[in-house]
Unconditional design. Structure first.
Length: 404
């Protein structure tokens, strides 16, 4: 069956028994109240789903299985010579609930390498779209084209026993995750690199191989991909994309259908598109001010002009967080290590020092601090990736593993 699959089966079986006992003893217990405002304003704060893979704390930010991002950067296995955690290690942690050894993370890498082949009809389906199609639309179409490979859909059609649903769903999820970098890189090269595609390197880790297929073998870029894939891997299950994936999966839609639905949610300007909006705002500011290195005083005036126009400063504020998003901090530290003199990231840091006091002075902003999107669009521009597609579909951790 496979080492990781056996470990997951054992953990899941134990968890199922525990949940049954909890429901048997406490099933009628009320866990909160729902206000009319919550019903009308997006269910914010309503506990509707138990997710154990991550938890968003208002003061400490996102924690994966109890570990903060700095702890994960310290404890998770890394690529040889690398300094950022391997997404494979985080995946193991979320799936099994334990920190992996280097060997266990390497095993995940090898499993995804073996499962990474994308059928030709997927590329043909993507190629049928006009070149001006948005990359996220191409990406969802590519995932939907992969649905022909669904193990669960085939087993369900044959009449699989309900207790065995998890088995083909697990395989679908692993196949999907393994193939996502190939599809994403193919779309990038099609849209921005004259359809000049690069074959995968079967010796590289999952995120490193994506960087390679996009055309960037610089170690800094590989490290950026590892960092991105790790810090974006999960978000409680309550955000639009994760919630949608779970919701669609609850109808026994296979992981390909469920994940594609989640990605359609991710494509919205209040979700995955947000970091693109940040970059757009910064470039508009630079054009308006006539400089690519605005001073803090110039930034402050532009922020005031933005607010006076009835607009928001993109990348600032969060529904839950009440401090600087640690994912922002992790990216800032990456920037200071790899590109300390870059004008764009220095502008991002100057905005960070300028915006919160202004928002605080308004007296009605609950969280004036930057979220992950305030920085995540800038780093790719400062490395070789100067393209507007800066909010890749990176929420791939346990999203496809949404249980039916």
């Amino acid at each position: 069956m496979g080492i990781i699959k056996e470990e997951f089966k054992a953990k899941a079986a134990a968890a199922n028994l525990e949940i049954k006992e909890i429901l048997k003893e406490h099933g009628n217990k009320k866990i909160g109240e729902v206000t009319l405002a919550q019903v009308y304003q997006g269910m914010r704060g309503i506990t509707g789903l138990v997710t154990e893979t991550s938890l968003l704390d208002a003061q400490e930010g996102i924690r994966f299985r109890g570990y903060s991002i700095p702890e994960l950067q310290d404890k998770l296995p890394k690529a040889p010579g690398g300094g950022e955690p391997l997404p494979e290690g985080l995946f193991y942690l979320m799936l099994v609930g334990e920190l992996p050894t280097e060997e266990q993370a390497a095993h995940i890498t090898s499993v995804w390498q073996r499962r990474s082949h994308v059928p030709n009809h997927v590329f043909a389906t993507i190629d049928a779209l006009p070149l001006n199609t948005h990359p996220m639309t191409m990406f969802v179409v590519g995932v939907m084209a992969l649905q022909t490979e669904s193990n669960f859909a085939k087993e369900y059609a044959r009449g699989i026993n309900k207790k065995d649903y998890w088995n083909p769903i697990y395989d679908d999820a692993m196949d999907l995750i393994a193939r996502l970098p190939r599809i994403a890189a193919y779309i990038y090269r099609r849209k921005y690199k004259n359809n000049d595609h690069i074959q995968p390197n079967g010796l590289l880790d999952w995120a490193g191989n994506m960087a390679h297929m996009m055309g960037y073998d610089d170690e800094s870029f590989k490290e950026l991909m590892r960092l991105y894939m790790t810090i974006h891997a999960d978000h409680e299950g309550g955000n639009v994309s994760a919630h949608t994936t779970h919701l669609v999966g609850s109808a026994l839609s296979d992981p390909f259908l469920s994940y594609a639905a989640g990605m359609n949610g991710l494509a919205g300007p209040l979700h995955g598109l947000a970091n693109q909006e940040v970059i757009k705002w910064i470039f508009e500011m630079q054009e308006s001010l006539g400089t690519d290195s605005p001073t803090k005083e110039q930034i402050a005036q532009y922020v005031q002009d933005t607010l006076n126009a009835g607009k928001v400063v993109p990348g600032y504020g969060h529904a839950v967080l009440r401090k600087t998003d640690p994912r922002f901090t992790a990216q800032m530290e990456f920037g200071k290590k790899h590109m300390p003199d870059d004008k764009l990231v220095n502008t991002v840091w100057n905005i960070y020092e300028t915006v919160p006091p202004i928002l605080q002075s308004l007296g009605k902003i609950k969280n004036p601090w930057p979220n992950v999107d305030a920085h995540s669009g800038a780093l790719p521009y400062c490395l070789p990736l100067a393209a507007p597609w800066v909010y890749w579909p990176v929420f791939v951790g346990t999203g496809p593993l949404a249980s039916p």
